[in-house]
Ligand binder design. Structure first.
Ligand code: M6R
Length: 598
């Protein structure tokens, strides 16, 4: 959700800003802009569209300077156009700002500022910040920003330039910002990928903190101007991890990374058949688990319900974070409150977490140092490496891996035996995923049958029902084909009315107790002319062959682990359909990687 980068140092800033924006583009890509400060002059260039448009504009003119800020936008207030793109100026043109977040009281502030003579040019909430800072500015930009932010309700990751002062002022509340510390240079960015090629030393700014960046120094304060303590941390990601390294899209690269990323999630956590997690709570004192999340992470949460109840025998409730925060949820002191988030910054998930004040909290998070990871009492990092593709893939399988670890760990700590065959199968999952990835060309060919499809149903049962939901979400978000996921048996309670010869129905069918039941559901679809795509570990079964128009074979595994296997062909299929339709799968329309607004 909007990306921010800023630089102050000795190098020419424009190329640094453009390179940073390119890496942040996955956060928002409807318009972008930069502002460079040189010799008491601010020069701003903004463009609607992708960063390439802005880059082209910059190639045609010389923008010199060693201090600058830049922004890539995901529109919330006002349509994507050049005027609404950031940076925004105050009336005098002396102050320039970029902002990520939402200023909730912008309408009342705007009214007040207009009554005082300020002229607004954009429809954005963000512009109000430039005018508010102008109102309080006499000769010191830092104190003007502090005074302005005291008037503001809502969230911000903010960077400010003033043409009279060689510094960048940045501030955060609710929207992530990190300070990158280099040799005689300082960066600010909304995430580490933007600055990784220059420095790995970062400071995670906390909520209600402000930083003053100058060429060779930085100071961190709270919003009352009092100096704060901070810690410089080292980013563990390598540059390769944020490059496409030969893949056409990040999404495809991330699908192929899954064997390695799952190994990383597992690393050091299974030893001699025992599960090792360092968590700050005693599972014996937990009577119920509540899991909240959004989107794909919510699908992982739902898998968590099936698996934790089955393996650890503790009741689990799963909620959309956005719903949880606005009902009157009952949270007890003997609950464990789990939040799942790739980014660790999703606004609704964070808000839900902040309601869990009376119980133990646990975060299953990928981004190290993210807000959620810092606010939970215990955590399981995924170590999946950066996920850049907007459609989540490797984060999903690593989340499911972490959940299985959690379920097994709780079982172990409650004194129940762990099935060692399950543990062995668990360790073998990365190799089994490789078997599916080796067949990707076949899945690609098969996917070309669906490029003109208008509707898909995804059906699965038990722990594979959430996989059906995830398959449907992947397809719709990157190929724009309408798709819904259902528990297979639920189909006859409504969705069956939709089935005709134009409907493609994906069935996830594994050997096991409910095999026959799912086959009956397949019969019902076939009888109505629907075309069946079967993801299965038993392609040799007569009925599977008879009923399916297309079959994708997956390796057999333990039922509890099957989501980790079954989701892989669904990810590949969505990718190949979308790519064949000419869609830029890393930047699907209207989406942003991390949703830091409500
Ligand atoms: O960073 P989070 O895991 O909290 O993000 C949650 C959702 O926004 C995210 O999973 C979204 O649904 C993805 N686009 C799915 O591919």
């Amino acid at each position: 959700m909007c990306g921010i980068i800023g630089y102050i140092g000795k190098k020419q800033v424009a190329p640094i800003l453009i390179a940073g924006l390119r890496r942040l583009e996955y956060r928002g890509y409807d318009s972008a802009g930069i502002c460079v400060l040189e010799n008491n002059n601010l020069e701003t260039i903004k463009k609607r569209g992708h960063i390439a448009e802005l880059e082209q504009e910059l190639n045609s003119r010389e923008v010199l300077g060693t201090i600058g800020i830049a922004h890539t936008r995901w529109a919330t207030h006002g349509e994507p156009n050049e005027t609404n793109a950031h940076p925004h100026y105050d009336c005098t043109g002396n102050i320039s700002i970029i902002h990520n977040g939402i200023i909730e009281n912008f309408q009342s502030l705007k009214k007040l500022l207009e009554s005082e003579g300020h002229k607004f040019v954009s429809e954005t909430d963000s512009e109000v910040l430039a005018h508010l800072i102008e109102k309080f500015y006499s000769s010191d930009i830092e104190s003007a920003v502090i005074k302005a932010l005291k008037q503001v309700e809502g969230t911000f990751g903010l960077a400010v330039l003033c043409k009279n002062e060689e510094k960048i002022i940045v501030a955060r509340r609710g929207s992530p910002l990190i300070i990158g510390v280099g040799e005689d240079e300082v960066f600010v960015a909304s995430d580490a990928s933007a600055i990784l090629e220059y420095t790995k030393k970062v400071i995670y700014l906390k909520d209600n903190e402000l930083a003053i960046l100058s060429r060779d120094n930085y100071e961190i304060k709270n919003l009352d101007g009092v100096v704060s303590d901070f810690e410089i941390q080292e980013i563990k990601w390598s540059l390769d991890e944020i490059e496409k390294v030969g893949f056409k899209h990040f999404m495809l690269k991330e699908i192929f990374e899954q064997p390695r990323s799952i190994e990383n999630t597992l690393r050091g956590r299974i030893n001699g058949g025992k599960i090792k997690l360092s968590l700050n709570f005693n599972p014996k004192s937990i009577n119920r688990i509540i899991i909240t999340a959004c989107g794909t992470s919510w699908h992982s949460a739902l898998i968590g319900k099936y698996l934790i109840e089955k393996i650890a025998k503790i009741p689990v409730e799963v909620d959309y974070a956005s719903e949880f925060r606005y009902r009157d949820p009952i949270i007890r002191s003997d609950d464990l409150f789990v939040v799942i988030s790739q980014s660790g910054e999703t606004a609704d998930t964070l808000a839900a977490l902040r309601q869990a004040t009376v119980c133990e909290t646990l975060g299953i998070v990928n981004v190290v140092g993210s807000t959620i990871s810092r606010e939970v009492k215990s955590g399981i990092y995924l170590h999946a490496g950066p996920e850049i593709g907007v459609a989540s893939t490797k984060a999903f399988t690593c989340q499911v891996t972490a959940i299985i670890l959690l379920a097994l760990y709780i079982r172990q700590e409650l004194g129940m035996d762990i099935d060692q065959r399950l543990v062995e199968e668990f360790i073998a999952i990365p190799e089994k995923i490789k078997i599916i990835l080796d067949k990707s060309e076949k899945i690609k060919e098969l996917s070309y049958n669906f490029t003109d499809a208008k509707n898909f149903l995804y059906l699965g049962r038990g722990v594979n029902f959430p996989v059906a939901l995830e398959g449907a979400l992947k397809l719709k978000e990157i190929s724009y084909i309408h798709a819904e996921g259902y528990p297979a048996a639920e189909m006859k309670h409504g969705p069956i009315a939709l089935i005709d010869e134009n409907m493609f129905v994906v069935f996830i069918v594994n050997k096991g107790e409910i095999f026959e039941k799912v086959v009956s559901n397949m019969q019902e679809v076939k009888a109505r002319g629907g075309k069946i795509i079967c993801i299965t570990d038993c392609p040799e079964e007569e009925m599977i062959k008879k009923l399916s128009s297309f079959i994708i074979t997956v390796p057999e595994t333990h039922e509890e682990l099957s989501p980790l296997i079954n989701v892989i062909p669904l990810q590949l299929m969505s990718y190949f359909v979308a790519d064949a339709k000419g869609i830029n799968v890393d930047k699907p329309r209207n989406l942003a990687k991390s949703v830091t607004v409500e």
